[in-house]
Design a protein around this ligand. Sequence first.
Ligand SMILES: NC(=O)C1=CN([C@@H]2O[C@H](COP(=O)(O)OP(=O)(O)OC[C@H]3O[C@@H](n4cnc5c(N)ncnc54)[C@H](OP(=O)(O)O)[C@@H]3O)[C@@H](O)[C@H]2O)[C@@H](O)CC1
Ligand SMILES: [K+]
Length: 520
Amino acid sequence: MKLSPPCNLSVYLSKDIRAIETAVKAHAPKPSLMQRAGLAAANLASQLIHINEPILIFAGPGDNGGDAFEMAIHLSQRGYLVQIYRLNEETQYSHDAALSLGGATNSAITWIVSHEDLEQALQSTSLIVDGLFGIGLNRAIIGRAAELVNLINQTSQRRSIPVLSLDIPSGLNADTGNIFTHTGASANSITTTIRATHTITFIANKPGLFTAKGRDFAGKIILETLNIDADSFPRTSLYLNANDNVTGLLHRRNHDSNKGSFGDVSIIGGADGMCGAAILSARGALMSGAGKVHVGFCTEQTRSSMEIDPQYPEIMCRHANDIEFAKSVIAIGPGLAHSPTAKKLLARALNESPCLVIDADAINLIAQDIQLQHQVLKRREKNFSTILTPHPLEAARLLNTDTANIQRDRLEAISELTDKFQTIVILKGSGSLISDGQTTFINTSGNPALATGGTGDVLTGVCAALLAQGLAPIDAARLACFVHGAAADALVDAGTGPIGLNASELMPAIRRQLNQISRG
Ligand SMILES: NC(=O)C1=CN([C@@H]2O[C@H](COP(=O)(O)OP(=O)(O)OC[C@H]3O[C@@H](n4cnc5c(N)ncnc54)[C@H](OP(=O)(O)O)[C@@H]3O)[C@@H](O)[C@H]2O)[C@@H](O)CC1
Ligand SMILES: [K+]
């Protein structure tokens, strides 16, 4: 993939953003970065509400508060009725923030001090701006700040008014997408974070906005690079996975092609009582353009448990023993169960299949068996391609930990997985991560409609079909994740979900996405 930073798909951890800030500030830029951030935020606010409408701005003790003061200056000059509430009035501001505060003090801005005035401002404002904390937040929000966050969230929900967060919703960890947690007196964990409708993020995208809890709290994300020169951005190995960088991965088909041109996929799984999972994967592969699709059922008898898929007779059903493991892309795991037969088939797939997608029960079997883990590692030496597709619980089993530990820092978890298994990994969940150990992508499509049984089986089938069509494994994994999520987004937009969207309905929508993408 050719993408040079900075581009709107590059993602940086907060330590990298601090380094960029320091390098830029060494040249004393004019206007300052804070002034640019404030202006950009004011421009966005001007699009969200009409002139003369009231705006209530919350300013915290750090430079996030400085951005808020700058923004307030511009908005008051434009004729908006600006009110500011300052947290910690006695705070020691940075040089830039102190200048901005001075500018705001000399503007036509109302400073709210009393609780009654704050209550009144919350009743009348048309927009709330969250300039409480940015990337400098280093612990849970408690005390007065927590009261403010709760007041803001309650007001915006009750009155349906927008909340614009500056840089990142206050309370969210910019690197992990989790909320700083405080253990209160009652020993309950208390999490406090602004639930924004919009987030204008400065300098670069932060991972925490796009994965874990980030997507639930950030709302619509607008990137503002503050006109920083391209040379000031270091190389990154972290990108968003979005329409702009998946378009072009799947080529237009030649007229002079046949079913052999688009590869064979065999799904191994569907033990007794679990045929559905394997069938969903097979249908996913069929609808994603594989030339031929087989299901090898892992049953204790030597006969296939289904003769035919009545809805899609194109899918060839057999017993798993009758599948030629070396001759097609194999996706193993959906409904595989944990029987000795399942384990034998997995060992065979690991040993013989040059192109392998490993999901569900196959992941669980690998997690329990050191021998199978060695076999996974050996695949790298043989130049075989492997994609592992764990959800957080499966990832936890692979790393001998628990789900909470995986979700605590998903980027760290995927890096441990790629290190340990030397494969491509898709770590599913909100903001699925895709990594080959060198470059990591955060998927930007998808929604809670996907949180239902069978959607993971479909994803496995899509991955396998794209591998069969000749995509490089990392590209197959990225494109599969993107179209899977984008299909769900399109269905939800059309009213089919999030409630009740099912895996079978997802497949025709995935097919539409793939056809759109291959047309460019
Ligand atoms: N630098 C630049 O050039 C640019 C910076 N920009 C902006 O600056 C933001 C980063 O600014 P920042 O580093 O000052 O941190 P910020 O997030 O405002 O607040 C940290 C303050 O809060 C405190 N604190 C921490 N946790 C706390 C808690 N739970 N409860 C209470 N207090 C807590 C902490 O102090 P502490 O108590 O830890 O000593 C510190 O005082 C960035 O997100 C962007 O918006 C842009 O303008 C672009 C140019
Ligand atoms: K903020």
